[in-house]
Design a protein around this ligand. Structure first.
Ligand code: F0G
Length: 514
């Protein structure tokens, strides 16, 4: 098996707060920094010859692994063989997330075999100039085993859980995290506890958690309340032995970095102009930022794409914090070199690039105001219906490293753009539609130009939330009891309702309109 040239001495968990910078071994289970409460990163001290010794230059080795058809070890079980690692869209990039000690104990269920598709029809529809070099690509994460991008993170999170001997895992979820965690739990034999908010989860996702045998607790509260509770149990009730799988877990985000590697791979290892992603708890965008900081620091890419994080209007905390309150990330001063390979700014370095500061007091004051005003997230895209995104600080870092922007789009724009992506062959769930809506908005603003190469992450499969889709096409709210889908009038731009017709050949042909 390919051996990564790193050992435990070179990998640690480190607080991103520059003023603190406490570090902890990867063998410890932590949901945040013990000293200051900030988020932790998995930080690698890559040796100078890391790229050459592992033959990473040109990325060709990764792509070759993806073509493996050799017999694989069983999903989720040990020992994991090399074919299973090479087959995984996460672990074939294992040299870029080398926190594990023993490759045969890595967890994989065949995640991350997702595709970057060029979407020319949709590109034309939204005004990308194909003949002028513009391109729209959709990174379709719905092809994961549980139907969303979360599997990338779970492969890494469960690998760490196995490293530390965890038996019970838990998360709060708007649906996809729980679906992904439940399938990994069932295949690895770990007990799974899911906390969901009342009435806040799409049925496609709930059905997965139930089917895979997760103990599912429907807490009388929203996602934020669920996360606070499950965190409390993980942190303050050690006797329960809960390993937390939410994205405050830095190992999960290591797996989600690979979405970016696959986008680059799909572009022949060329860097696009834009990465566009929906933002909820802000784990994904955080992982993307870290991925690019590290690739740049390793010298594997020569420039970093810009990042657009798209929120729902009814759930736009980051948008407010950045665009109205002016909160920004300030990276730590460099410790080792005069010019940062990671972010290109002078007087910094890749490792200290990960550390920095921001105006925490303003963010806390905003949270207090939201509480006072009883302001609660509400959007049709339940996946991103979140008041206090736990990865806010890492998202600020990603925005800084990737020269990013944040926008929010209305529910109407979300469903229209979701439907358009679907009409042109890329069905996705509402939250994913936000990213397409975001591209449109940024094009209208002249920030994304028609000649840009844009890669949009479609985070979840169209079957995750059939109620929204059927509702859009029929005009009927399918969540309310048994309904007749043929009588009402939908109002969407590309609504495509079923046609009621008698059981009569001629009438059927007429209805077919052929
Ligand atoms: N898209 C989908 C389909 C999601 O399920 C989520 C998050 C996001 C986007 C936002 O990603 O949190 O990394 O910014 N879903 C979480 C869950 C919160 O519990 O399934 P993020």
């Amino acid at each position: 098996m390919t051996q990564v040239v790193l050992n435990a001495l070179h990998v640690k968990q480190q607080c991103l707060n520059a003023a603190c910078a406490s570090s902890y071994p990867v063998s410890e289970v932590r949901t945040g920094c013990a000293a200051c409460g900030e988020l932790l990163d998995v930080v690698y001290d890559f040796p100078a010859d890391y790229v050459s010794r592992n033959n990473l230059a040109g990325f060709a080795a990764f792509t070759a692994r993806g073509a493996t058809v050799a017999k694989r070890s069983p999903a989720g079980l040990m020992p994991t063989n090399q074919a299973a690692l090479d087959f995984s869209g996460v672990w074939r990039f294992r040299e870029l997330l080398p926190f594990y000690a023993d490759p045969s104990r890595i967890v994989t269920i065949g995640e991350g075999r997702t595709i970057l598709q060029r979407a020319d029809h949709l590109a034309c529809e939204i005004g990308i100039d194909l003949s002028g070099g513009g391109e729209l690509h959709l990174q379709y994460e719905g092809f994961n085993p549980s139907g969303s991008f979360k599997d990338n993170g779970m492969a890494a999170g469960f690998t760490h859980a196995r490293m530390v001997g965890a038996k019970r895992v838990a998360c709060a979820s708007t649906g996809n995290t729980s679906a992904a965690m439940a399938v990994y739990g069932s295949l690895t034999g770990m007990a799974v506890y899911v906390f969901i908010g009342e009435g806040k989860i799409a049925y496609g996702k709930l059905s997965q958690a139930l089917e895979y045998g997760a103990k599912t607790l429907q807490v009388a509260g929203d996602f934020d309340a669920c996360l606070a509770r499950v965190r409390e149990i993980a942190e303050n009730r050690p006797e329960v032995g809960i390993y937390l799988m939410n994205s405050v877990n830095p190992f999960r985000l290591e797996g989600q970095k690979t979405i970016m590697y696959r986008i680059l791979e799909g572009l022949g290892w060329e860097v696009p102009d834009w990465i566009v992603v929906p933002g909820g708890n802000l784990g994904n965008c955080s992982a993307f930022g870290k991925a690019f900081i590290e690739l740049k620091a390793l010298g594997l890419i020569d420039r970093i794409p810009r990042l657009a994080i798209i929120q729902a209007e009814g759930s736009r905390t980051l948008d407010r914090v950045v665009n109205e309150l002016g909160v920004k990330w300030t990276p730590a001063a460099c410790e080792t070199s005069s010019r940062c390979k990671g972010c290109e700014r002078p007087a910094s370095c890749a490792q200290s690039c990960l550390r920095g500061t921001y105006d925490r007091a303003t963010v806390q004051a905003e949270y207090a105001r939201m509480n006072r005003d009883n302001e609660r997230a509400h959007t049709i895209a339940t996946a991103i219906e979140i008041n206090r995104p736990v990865n806010l600080s890492k998202a600020l870092r990603a925005l800084h490293a990737m020269n990013g922007v944040v926008r929010s789009v209305s529910d109407a724009e979300i469903v229209e753009n979701k439907a358009l992506a679907g009409k042109w062959g890329f069905g996705c769930e509402p939250a994913s539609g936000a990213s397409v809506a975001g591209v449109r908005m940024l094009m209208n603003e002249g920030i994304i130009t028609p000649k840009d190469r844009v890669a949009c992450v479609l985070t979840g499969h169209v079957l995750k939330d059939p109620d929204v889709t059927v509702g859009y096409h029929t005009g009927v709210n399918t969540k309310s009891a048994a309904v007749d889908l043929t009588g009402s009038k939908p109002t969407g731009r590309v609504s495509n309702p079923p046609i009621r017709v008698a059981d009569d050949l001629e009438l059927i042909l007429k209805a077919m309109g052929v």
